[in-house]
Design a protein around this ligand. Structure first.
Ligand SMILES: Nc1nc2c(ncn2[C@@H]2O[C@H](COP(=O)(O)OP(=O)(O)O)[C@@H](O)[C@H]2O)c(=O)[nH]1
Ligand SMILES: [Mg+2]
Length: 391
């Protein structure tokens, strides 16, 4: 892996070197941050809303169904401002800052455990605890401590030695899953279904992906499949304006599988290269959400038995351990084929990606490091490992 963080990763992801896009304004208009915190969004585990019925087609506005967490007015995005945004730090800098909490906890902990350069059962156990607390997972944590115990450290081991082994082992887990998204445009369209809990960054990620391929000269369509919330539909429309991708949307409460079907039909008839299907992250409960996702897949397959060609699960890096159960549930029910982790620019708990990768081995296609159109980066195992272990 490269030691130079800023060199064309985005281009590498998509197999070609891009000229940097004009700095596009960050969408400051999406959902309130509070909604996306782990506390506010405990994921699909429990019934979130007590409404007995799904919103019927053309039924009452869903704001009635989930009024507590979201403020509809704040959700309606405004048009992007034309002004240049303030100069942003590099994506790697943002990734490093995002993982700073994890990495400094680890390095402080390692320094404390290995002050005496002693390598015995106690220090190894302390190290293992530390790694597990950083969300790396039991399996990987044991592998790292084992690697250290087997190393030749007769003269004692320094904290730097430990961190070097940590970086190496984390990279070893992540390297096989770092795989770019590779749409096959000959399918006309290549269909990407995007799933995940509410607030994880699905709609934003779809917008970023659309931007990339529109800029490449592809015909891109986005289907506003989160018909549960009016604000979600409006949000995708703004991304349509921002990127130039075509939007297929219906009224709130409309059947999202019907929408996906029509979108695919229209994309096919119109010779589109790529169809990105947004979905709801929250319905009345987990079962309803999963039923709906299954239905969307079934209906898409009536038109194209090979579709959806990618089912991307979007994970919020600030959620920590809960991401693991999200992978399990969505993988089982929605046939997830790859992951995108967002918000690695915040106060991320990126260690969980290591645990997820060790357990599931699903491709990690990209990471989100901000809210702007260009803030989607190829996932680079080495950079990520270094940001966690050597930051
Ligand atoms: N800092 C940061 N914010 C993000 C990122 N991706 C999404 N967001 C924000 O997270 C919030 C929820 O995103 P959204 O796309 O609406 O999530 P959805 O409910 O899964 O569709 C919005 O405020 C986004 O701007 C990211 O990579 N970094
Ligand atoms: Mg959304």
């Amino acid at each position: 892996m490269s030691g130079e963080p800023k060199r064309g990763l985005f281009g590498r992801w998509f197999g070609r070197q891009e000229k940097p896009a004009e700095e596009a304004p960050a969408p400051d208009t999406n959902e309130p941050k509070t909604e996306t915190t782990p506390a506010a969004e405990p994921a699909v585990e429990s019934p979130v809303v007590a409404a007995p019925e799904p919103p019927p087609a053309l039924g009452p506005p869903v704001e009635v169904v989930e009024p507590l967490v979201e403020t509809p007015a704040a959700l309606v995005p405004e048009a992007a401002p034309a002004a240049e945004p303030p100069k942003k730090t590099s994506w790697f800098q943002r990734l490093r800052e995002g993982l700073q909490k994890t990495s400094s906890k680890l390095s402080d902990g390692i320094a404390a455990v290995f002050t005496k350069r002693k390598l015995d059962a106690d220090t190894l156990e302390d190290l293992e605890d530390l790694l597990i607390q950083a969300d790396l997972g039991v399996e990987t944590s044991m592998r790292i401590t084992e690697a250290i115990s087997k190393g030749r450290y007769e003269k004692g081991i320094s904290a730097d030695d430990v961190r070097a082994v940590l970086a190496q082992e984390v990279e070893r887990v992540l390297a096989p899953v770092a795989k770019p998204l590779q749409p096959d445009f000959s399918r006309k369209p290549h269909v990407v279904l995007v799933v995940g809990v509410n607030g994880s960054g699905k709609t934003t990620t779809i917008g970023k992906i659309a931007h990339k391929y529109v800029r490449d000269g592809r015909k891109v369509m986005m289907a506003a499949g989160d018909t549960f919330r009016a604000a979600a539909i409006d949000q995708l429309k703004v991304w349509g304006e921002r990127t130039g991708a075509k939007i297929i949307a219906r009224d709130v409460g409309a059947d999202s599988s019907g929408l996906a079907f029509d979108a695919l039909k229209e994309a096919r008839d119109g010779g589109f290269d790529l169809l990105l299907v947004d979905t709801a992250g929250r319905l009345q409960n987990k079962a309803a959400l999963m039923d709906e996702l299954e239905k969307v897949v079934r209906v898409i397959r009536k038109l194209d038995p090979t579709a959806p060609h990618d089912v991307l699960l979007v994970l919020d890096a600030t959620t920590g351990q809960n991401a693991l159960s999200q992978v399990e549930v969505f993988r089982q029910r929605a046939g997830v084929t790859g992951l995108i982790m967002t918000k690695l620019d915040g106060t991320a708990r990126g260690g969980i990606l290591v645990a997820i990768s060790a357990k599931h081995g699903l491709p990690v296609h990209a990471i989100g490091v901000g809210e702007g159109v260009d803030d989607l980066q190829a996932f680079d195992a080495g950079e990520f490992a270094r940001a966690i272990a050597l930051n």
